[in-house]
Design a protein around this ligand. Sequence first.
Ligand SMILES: Cc1cc2nc3c(=O)[nH]c(=O)nc-3n(C[C@H](O)[C@H](O)[C@H](O)COP(=O)(O)OP(=O)(O)OC[C@H]3O[C@@H](n4cnc5c(N)ncnc54)[C@H](O)[C@@H]3O)c2cc1C
Length: 307
Amino acid sequence: MQIKEIEVRENFDITNLTTFKVGGIVKRVYFPANQQEFVELLKTVKNPVVLGGCSNVIFSSQGYDGDVISTIKMDNISVRGTRIIAECGVRGPIASQTAYQSSLSGFEFMIGFPGTIGGNVFMNAGAHGQNISDTFERACLYDFKTKEIMYIEKDKMDFGYRHSLLQGGKYILLGAEFELKKAPQQEIKELMDRNLEFRKNIQPSLAYPNAGSVFKNPENDSAGRLLDKAGVKELCCDNVKVWEKHANFIVNTGNATSENVLEMIYKMYKTVKETYTIELEPEIRFIGKKSKREEEICKQLYKKTQK
Ligand SMILES: Cc1cc2nc3c(=O)[nH]c(=O)nc-3n(C[C@H](O)[C@H](O)[C@H](O)COP(=O)(O)OP(=O)(O)OC[C@H]3O[C@@H](n4cnc5c(N)ncnc54)[C@H](O)[C@@H]3O)c2cc1C
């Protein structure tokens, strides 16, 4: 297959693909429609950044002078008995609905946030006592080193709290298989509704652009609790604010830049550090070209995690 047949946008403003509505111009964004196209791109494009729902990223307002591959058109999902097989670009809420329609329990937590299967496995996303690793059976991966497709089982995925093997950067998730449990549809629906209701009461909807929790929870504590007690809701930064009902969320109040967002995250981080001598780790990842100030802040914030 020729790369030129695959949908590509040049000098593409990625802002509207992100849930934060923060971003800039990307040299090229590819939209593969299936696994074959995706693998072709992974083999030929130099150092691609792979993104799914862009719901856990701050994309640089200075853009990115390279290639991004968006998986959002790879949305094939099927059910075989109690097994769900999903391409990496399937959105969590679609996976959740698909499971519900087949009376399968285990995906109820995914109803309330916009991540794709690829991003959710990368982050080992979770909520309401469920994690994607709970039902995960095996992954279909692309290996950058061998340039081959491979299958690996759950025990090799190095799942931990908001962590998976994928964060090492050697592999890309093409698709995954999950083993769910049969349950009465009514029970599944009730749980999905409860999860949605819980979010509605404390978290901002996407009408208030955001990227979910800013920081990971430290061991045996809650980042939201520490941030709240430290008083971060009072902090001010241009074009962003801490969500009044949950101190671990930042919303873009209009035309925020990536620097505005990072400044706010850094203020929150410093406030908690000064109050509790705890250094929170960001859950949100920074992508793209950094200004000098962004470079300085990222060096502090991502000491342990991102390069
Ligand atoms: C309103 C809101 C609520 C949220 N609530 C929760 C919650 O309750 N629990 C939770 O865990 N998260 C939550 N999030 C955060 C976010 O949705 C998750 O982290 C999600 O897993 C990110 O998925 P994504 O497809 O958007 O990934 P992206 O933001 O596109 O990417 C995130 C990372 O994953 C990598 N990646 C994406 N696809 C692939 C792939 N196919 N192979 C390899 N790497 C890949 C990217 O390179 C990037 O580093 C919330 C976000 C929002 C906006």
